[in-house]
Design a protein around this ligand. Structure first.
Ligand SMILES: Cc1cc2nc3c(=O)[nH]c(=O)nc-3n(C[C@H](O)[C@H](O)[C@H](O)COP(=O)(O)OP(=O)(O)OC[C@H]3O[C@@H](n4cnc5c(N)ncnc54)[C@H](O)[C@@H]3O)c2cc1C
Length: 662
């Protein structure tokens, strides 16, 4: 039987700085470059057709790079493409993703079924992949793959790519390790000629094997309403990634620092690299090292007397710190794989989850950008159309949902994930929790959307671009159209709704406005709703037990940099006992017994505790998980705190200890 290495492509379709491909290229065995549309992973509610299309673009680019002659793609690195808007068109017009594949082996199945079949036809010597910090389900899948490899005598090699450290006990050494990773030489790029003869494409016969990539609408796991594409979005793929980076470092990046806050200027001033980083079309180390080279180049030019705009220095260091944040946030999910499902600080677990807390009408209005707050609605509609928004506005969108509308972050998470073309679980969930105030270690951030609108979009350009109903409203009312008199409304032919009409609309009704445009009135009183929410969050925050829990969270997840957000309450790793107070905070019905004296460190790190990471070797490893016939994990959702429990026979919820029957 022929020995082969299998390179398993996940979020890493690229030829630069690719450890698994490089390893395969340097070893004598032939190689299968495999991508699987994984039926179990496609079930994630966070998935959107635009994600699949973007992945397809990355795979198409990789397929072509691996099959063409050496160096033919390199020229694009030097192209200066500043006009980002011109490239924001739906990919299919630019990239034909549905041509027969030349180098990649692609299947629509589960990874284990595919690997098992490959192993019957060939002898797999090594399975090569990148480490992934993804959803809990991908973490479980990776464990199953590792177990299968071990059982089958196959070497599994996982390469670092995002600067997170596995088995990191606390944050003390995080930055040191991250800096060392970023400074390491990259894996040399894979050039078609040197590698393509080594690649074998398995003949038909693998489970669900496809001749070409699959259109998202043909993946039946994705509900039809989520399988479409965005009207106009960035195109994925390594070629685009390298161009975008080049354009940013050559020109756009100069304005980064002063341009990131407004949704108008951030469009060009931000790097716009997030989609490529998220889907692995470029590596974060590649970007970090390119920035360092550019900094050195600018410094050298300056020392030779060339005038260099001083914005460059500030902008490139601000950009570098964002790249550092990327790994910082991803490390949180790496160290705490359940962060997608439960609040980092357990005291907040019951907040926004009481009876009557979830208002479905508010959720619908927020989801569609029909809240009656123009700037907020414009942000949501921008996401619906383009799949991208700058950081400040994303934070505001979450703050409005979780404070003003008092919606649970877990309820809004899947919709936002689908809207973000750059959906990255390791940034998404920690950010959602941070913006909704449930981490215990971050300052409470409540954005006033009307003020943000006036500050960041003073002339209402952004609002008019996305809330077309308001395009003829005067500047003075653009962020507060409800302040218009009847006369003002008549002048611009816009009718702004009343609360009664808003209720009609919630019921699916229509408001007759004749030849007037209709725009809803504000669905909540902005100031009052924010105040009520802040009071509720502050009440939990001020409890002694919450503060103690926050120390534990800080120990494991807090940045060691001296920012004001992170309270330096490091408690020397002491175990903190929690009991009655936490139960009272949770108002979970007074069953104090099961929570008992369990230590929070035990709860977070699992039975192993100490320096072990929950992903690897900690308590999570010790838990026996039950799986259903499809290989999915059986779970039950707690009706009190909504935590998805994986211990199927446990009589009480793992987090709030409420009885399963209640
Ligand atoms: C609730 C919420 C959810 C978010 N979800 C995601 C997500 O799923 N995927 C994602 O890539 N970003 C996410 N972000 C972070 C940020 O908004 C985006 O990274 C940024 O807007 C992407 O645009 P850019 O590449 O032009 O960013 P730039 O400002 O040019 O930054 C460069 C890179 O640094 C990283 N970065 C920037 N800001 C942050 C941050 N605050 N935290 C962590 N990393 C950062 C990203 O990888 C980004 O691509 C989220 C922010 C919030 C508030």
């Amino acid at each position: 039987m022929i020995n082969v290495n299998v390179v398993w492509i996940k979020r890493d379709a690229r030829t630069h700085d690719h450890g698994p491909l490089r390893y395969a290229a340097e070893n004598p065995e032939q190689c299968i470059v495999l991508y699987v549309y994984e039926k179990d992973q496609l079930l994630q509610p966070s998935l959107h057709g635009s994600h699949v299309s973007c992945v397809n673009e990355g795979l198409t680019d990789l397929d072509s790079r691996l099959s063409v002659a050496t160096g033919s793609h390199v020229s694009c690195v030097n192209e200066d493409l500043i006009d980002l808007d011109s490239r924001l068109s739906v990919a299919t017009s630019l990239v034909d993703c549905y041509q027969p594949l030349r180098t990649l082996t692609v299947c629509y199945s589960t990874i284990l079924q595919v690997l098992t079949m490959i192993h019957t036809k060939f002898s797999i010597k090594a399975l090569l992949a990148h480490e992934e910090t993804g959803h809990y389900s991908s973490y479980q899948r990776d464990r199953r793959v590792r177990a299968w490899c071990k059982q089958s005598g196959i070497k599994m090699m996982e390469f670092e790519q995002s600067g997170v450290t596995r088995r990191l006990g606390d944050r003390d050494d995080f930055s040191k390790l991250l800096n060392a990773f970023m400074a390491k030489p990259q894996h040399p790029p894979i050039l078609g000629d040197s590698f393509k003869d080594k690649i074998i494409r398995v003949g038909l016969g693998l489970p669900g094997q496809c001749e070409s990539l699959l259109c998202p609408t043909s993946l039946t796991e994705i509900p039809a309403e989520n399988s479409g594409d965005r009207e106009s979005r960035q195109v994925g793929g390594e070629t685009e990634a390298l161009r975008t980076l080049s354009g940013f470092l050559e020109s756009r990046g100069k304005n980064y620092s002063r341009g990131i806050s407004s949704p108008n200027s951030s469009w060009d001033s931000c790097s716009r690299l997030s989609i490529f980083l998220a889907w692995g079309h470029i590596s974060v180390r590649y970007v970090v090292q390119a920035v360092r080279r550019r900094q050195a180049e600018l410094k050298a030019l300056k020392s030779r007397g060339v005038h260099i705009d001083e914005c460059w220095g500030r902008s490139l260091s601000a950009f570098q710190s964002r790249l550092h944040w990327r790994s910082h946030f991803m490390q949180k999910l790496e160290s705490e794989p359940l962060l997608e499902k439960k609040d980092l600080c357990p005291s907040y677990q019951h907040l926004r989850r009481g009876t009557g807390d979830f208002n479905a009408d508010f959720y619908e209005a927020w989801k569609l950008g029909r809240t009656g707050f123009p700037f907020l609605d414009a942000c949501i509609r921008c996401l619906i159309k383009h799949g991208w928004l700058n950081f400040r506005m994303r934070a505001m969108v979450v703050s409005f949902a979780t404070y003003n509308l008092w919606l649970d972050w877990k309820k809004i998470a899947p919709h936002l994930a689908r809207l973000f073309l750059d959906f990255e679980p390791g940034i998404h969930y920690p950010q959602l929790q941070m913006q909704s105030g449930t981490t215990g270690i971050n300052a409470m951030r409540v954005y006033n959307v009307t003020k943000q609108g006036k500050d960041q979009d003073p002339r209402g350009e952004f609002v008019r671009k996305f809330v077309l109903e308001l395009r003829s409203v005067k500047d003075e009312f653009i962020h507060e159209p409800w302040k218009m008199t009847k006369k003002d409304m008549a002048r611009c032919k816009v009718q702004v709704g009343t609360p009664d009409e808003a209720r009609t609309l919630f019921g699916g009704g229509v408001v007759e406005t004749g030849d007037y445009e209709y725009y809803p009135g504000p669905i909540v009183n902005e100031k009052e709703s924010a105040k009520a929410a802040k009071d509720k969050v502050a009440a939990v925050r001020n409890m002694t037990s919450t503060k103690r829990e926050a120390e534990v969270v800080f120990e494991k997840h807090g940045s060691r940099k001296g920012t004001s957000d992170y309270r330096k309450t490091k408690g020397g790793g002491k175990k903190v006992k929690v009991g009655v107070e936490v139960r009272a905070a949770g108002a979970a019905g007074g069953e104090e017994k099961a929570m008992g004296q369990k230590s929070i460190i035990d709860m977070f790190a699992g039975k192993g505790g100490g320096k072990k990471n929950a992903r690897e070797g900690g308590g999570e490893e010790a838990v026996e998980l039950e799986v259903d016939n499809e290989g999915g994990i059986k779970t039950w959702t707690c009706t009190t705190c909504t935590f998805e429990n994986t211990k199927v026979h446990a009589p009480v919820c793992e987090v709030c200890c409420c009885s399963r029957a209640s």
